[in-house]
Design a protein around this ligand. Structure first.
Ligand code: GDP
Length: 474
């Protein structure tokens, strides 16, 4: 009886409370079936409505995805222009990469939500640098944009959303609409970004069969601002700060190659620890701030919030406690110095509680090399390992850290940016939510035709702790 009970419980855990379907082949994606052995069951449950929308989406993807008739009709042979047809069964959203892996993953999740809301099929243009990172997320189909996509290499001649908006302003909206349209929501591309969250833009975009998205931003808060989506979103996400947590765990399963690295590291170093503290140290100006300042800042933060015990400077540690299982500190950083300095500190000192602190840093790549596959697989491994920790201290404004804490269902302590040798006071601040921050949100109220601060219009949006003017769902 007990055994049966156990297997029922674990089927629930295994498929993340119904987020995942059980029909995948286990050997093709081990992490999909094994992650529940590494990550505690999430206290946040997906809504029944989200589950039903995911199943509908999977069905749509199967019917319209690569190697289907509608796919080849629309994506490879389609007319250049048409009157626009909002009711075509198969419409597509093509995701393209920009910036680092964290940016890519937050935009992928945002793109997926946009696809669900607009009944589009999400296809991803993965180059060699992304190809080996993830398993296929959708059953019996593929999310990879086929290489024979007519604009794989050259998108120079595709119309942009920007120019389409200009035309529609000049009352030329009755004109033919393009079959393919580039939707640029990059942070550096601010101008028309200001209108994406307006209902009239959505009405126009809805008529275009194939949207090609360029973005490095977590534009989910924009989707919550769009009036025609708001009811649907409330049903999908009764708990608003779980969007990435659920969609990320649905989409991002480490490939077998990444899983090998993740599970091996975990088993060797983290499995036996009774607590795992993750430190994500993303420093944009490593030459301006001494490594030691940041190490001291992290120690100050972890003491203040009781994440790590105090060092025993009087050397009165109770030696019998020394044998207890250690606390593991996982350091993710481009630079080796942080891990090394922390290791030295905890080797040379005991702690007042007698706890043994073991420090691990899986890699130190030196610099960002986002077009390189082995570099990206290390980044993904570390994001995933961080997400398996019990608590996280992260760096401000880093999307790498956002993905880690959101996947893990954790509210991190975010470090304050240090300048020179001064340790900021307070050294860190707890995030209000586990959602990623939208760094460059719109400021334009489409109905009132005024500049606005959306936190005053939506009580579930707050400014980010780590980015002035940024928006986070809470
Ligand atoms: P962000 O720039 O911090 O918002 O994060 P991104 O992930 O978008 O870009 C930073 C990129 O630099 C990562 O994707 C990695 O390629 C690399 N990187 C930064 N920090 C780390 C780290 O701690 N470990 C590893 N392996 N790579 C890192």
């Amino acid at each position: 009886h007990q055994k049966k009970h156990h297997s029922l419980a674990s089927a629930n855990d295994r498929f993340l409370d119904g987020l995942l379907v059980s029909t995948f082949d286990e050997a093709s994606c081990l992490s999909r079936f094994k992650s529940h052995l590494y990550r505690k069951a999430s206290p946040y449950k997906p809504s029944a409505y989200l589950l039903s929308k995911l199943r509908n989406y999977e069905h749509l993807h199967r019917s319209c995805g690569p190697n289907t008739k509608p796919y080849s009709k629309i994506m490879t042979k389609g007319p250049k222009f048409s009157k626009g047809d909002a009711d075509t069964k198969c419409k597509y959203l093509v995701w393209t990469a920009s910036n680092g892996l964290g940016n890519r993953m937050i935009t992928l999740a945002a793109a997926f939500l946009y696809a669900i809301l607009t009944d589009r099929v999400l296809l991803v243009k993965f180059g060699a640098d992304m190809f080996g990172l993830f398993c296929e997320p959708f059953p019996d189909s593929s999310w990879l944009l086929p290489r024979n996509f007519p604009y794989w290499k050259d998108q120079k001649h595709i119309e942009t959303y920007e120019s389409m908006l200009m035309n529609s302003k000049k009352n030329r909206s009755k004109e033919l609409l393009p079959q393919f349209l580039i939707l640029n929501l990059q942070h550096t591309h601010d101008g028309h970004n200001n209108y994406f969250h307006c209902d009239q833009s959505q009405a126009l975009l809805q008529k275009v069969p194939v949207l090609i998205l360029r973005s490095d931003q977590y534009f989910v808060p924009s989707l919550f601002i769009i009036p025609s989506f708001s009811q649907e979103l409330s049903k999908l996400f009764p708990e608003k700060d779980t969007v990435f947590h659920h969609l990320g765990r649905y989409l991002f399963h480490p490939s077998n190659e990444a899983w090998e690295l993740i599970s091996r590291f975990y088993e060797t170093h983290l499995a036996k620890a009774n607590e795992k503290i993750g430190l994500q140290i993303r420093v944009y100006n490593p030459h301006q701030v001494p490594h030691r300042t940041i190490v001291n800042e992290i120690i100050a933060c972890s003491l203040q919030h009781k994440l790590l015990p105090e060092l025993n400077v009087q050397k009165t540690a109770k030696s019998f406690l020394k044998k207890q299982t250690p606390k593991a500190v996982l350091v993710a950083s481009l630079y080796s110095e942080y891990g090394e300095q922390l290791k030295t500190i905890y080797k040379a000192n005991t702690t007042v509680t007698g706890e043994v602190i073991k420090v691990y840093q899986p890699s130190h790549e030196g610099r960002q090399k986002s077009n390189n596959d082995t570099h990206n697989i290390k980044a993904w491994t570390e994001i995933y390992l961080l997400s398996l920790c019990d608590a996280l201290i992260t760096s401000p404004k880093s999307t790498f850290g956002y993905v880690a804490h959101s996947l893990g269902g954790l509210k991190p302590w975010i470090l304050h940016r240090a300048y020179g040798e001064t340790i900021p006071n307070p050294p860190c601040q707890r995030a209000k939510s586990m959602e990623p921050c939208f760094h460059y949100p719109p400021k334009y109220d489409c109905r009132a035709n005024l500049t606005t601060d959306f936190t005053s219009l939506f009580h579930h949006m707050k400014h980010c702790e780590d980015k002035n003017g940024g928006l986070r769902l809470v």
